[in-house]
Structure formats: C-alpha cells, structure tokens
Design a protein around this ligand. Structure first.
Ligand code: ZN
Ligand code: FE
Length: 255
C-alpha cells in the first residue's frame, strides 16, 4: 500500500505535512509549526501521530512540538547538532541515517546554510523530498547561519535527486520567488510556464506545492547558479557557482 501524504497551511505561510503508512498506521509530521492544524488534519483522517521529523530549530518549525508530544507521546527526531534548541528530542540523526516511520524509510540529508543544523528528509520509495527551508519552489531559504558556498553545496545535494521526485518545502513563498526569478531570467521558458501555473493556483486558493524536481531544476534560478547564462544575467560571467549563488541570494534579500 502506498504512503499517503497530506499538506495543509500553518501559521502565516508555513506548510504542515503528514506522511502516513497504511501498513502500520504510523504517521509522521514533518516539522511542527503549530499544534492545532496538525491535530485537525490527523483527526480528519483518523490517524494518530507517531513521529515528528524535525528539519531545523527555528520556532516556526518546532513550536507545536510540546503540545503534540503531550497529546500523542510521539517520537521527536531531530538533527544531531545539539547546540540548536529543539524541545523534547528522542532521537538525533545525521547525514545518511535512515529514519523509520512504520515501514516507510526516510533518508537524512544534511543541508546546512539556512541554519547549521538543517536536515532534509528523503522518502526514496515515495519519491518525496521534504526540504523545509533549504529549497523552496523557485527559491531557497535565506542563509542565516551558514555561508553561501555551504548553502550552494546543500542545494547541489538536493538537485542530485531524481527528476521524478516531488519537492515539499517549508513555506508558501512561490509567488514572490517567481517575481524575483523573472527579474533575473525573463526569458526562461520553464519559469514562465511555472509563473502561469502559480498565478492560476493562487487565484484558486490552492497551494503551489508539491512540485516536480525536474521542473525546479529548469525553472529555479537558485538551482542554476552554475549555468553560464545565470552568471551572465547577474554580471558575474566566469565566476564560481557559489559566488553567483551568493549574488542571487543577496539580490533576493533586498527585493
Ligand atoms: Zn527556518
Ligand atoms: Fe521556516
């Protein structure tokens, strides 16, 4: 039986995600922005929370943990970096570890840059990537704790995943990301197609995720910092991909 994935809005612009294993009834929440919408989604499906898979320590990803832990006594899985303050952690994971959610397997990728502790969860059999605040649709997270080369390496790790994987990211930022990206690459055909799709989805009140990794690789300028045309677009022809990436990120910060 195939895993079931549900997404729903949390806080202002976060996504909440549940992944459910029909074989064992195990259900994981990817991060816990706040408890109430997670509980509502669980009750709607008749599921019980068994695990919370935490990506990083920011409040909008861990704020719901205490209430959910109290209600379900679920396991809290978090990055191994203990300097980051994450409440009620039961298990620490690092790059290459595999987390079991019932019979479902989540591979841990360390993807630092946004924060130093940031990890992403890859469900290979489900072809699902939960990238939180490392990779957004048509964007990427702000680099708060790491460096631009570090964040670029993290994005390369995610870009190396197969084209038919789906990206489930931490925030609904796609419309703003599209606006910025079109300023850099006004003639990118894949980006223009995505812009139309995003406008249609937002007008209908629909989320813009998940997206196919194949489409992100073509349309997301932050995944294309090693493309000479992107370097030229930001007037850094011949410079390294991480420098081009850093320039893109700084421009986006100011946009
Ligand atoms: Zn964050
Ligand atoms: Fe966030």
């Amino acid at each position: 039986m195939a895993a079931e994935i549900r997404l729903f809005p949390c806080l202002t612009d976060n996504f909440g995600y549940l992944i459910h294993d029909p074989a064992t009834q195990a259900t994981a929440s990817i991060d816990a922005p706040e408890a109430a919408p997670v509980i509502t989604a669980l009750e709607h499906e008749g599921w019980t929370l068994t695990d919370i898979l935490v990506t990083h320590h920011h409040g909008d990803h861990v704020g719901g943990i205490p209430e959910l832990k109290q209600k379900y006594n679920c396991r809290v899985v978090a990055p191994h970096d203990k300097t980051a303050k994450i409440p009620l952690v039961d298990a620490r994971v690092k790059d290459g570890d595999v987390v079991k959610v019932g019979t479902l397997l989540a591979r841990v990728l360390e993807t630092p840059g946004h924060t130093l502790d940031h990890i992403s969860y890859v469900f290979d059999d489900e072809k699902a990537l939960f990238a939180a605040d490392t990779l957004f649709s048509i964007g990427c997270g702000r680099v708060f704790e790491g460096t631009y080369p570090m964040m670029w390496e993290s994005l390369l790790k995610l870009r190396a995943l197969p084209d038919d994987f789906r990206l489930y990211c931490g925030h609904e930022y796609t419309a703003a990301n599209v606006k910025f990206a079109l300023g850099v690459e006004p003639d990118n055909t894949a980006l223009k197609a995505r812009a139309d799709e995003v406008a249609r989805l937002r007008a209908a009140g629909q989320p813009t995720v998940p997206t196919r990794l194949a489409d992100e690789k073509k349309a997301n300028v932050f995944l294309r910092a090693d493309d000479p045309s992107v370097a030229a677009a930001v007037r850094l022809k011949g410079r390294s991909a991480s420098e081009v990436f850093g320039e893109l990120r700084e421009r986006k910060n100011k946009s």
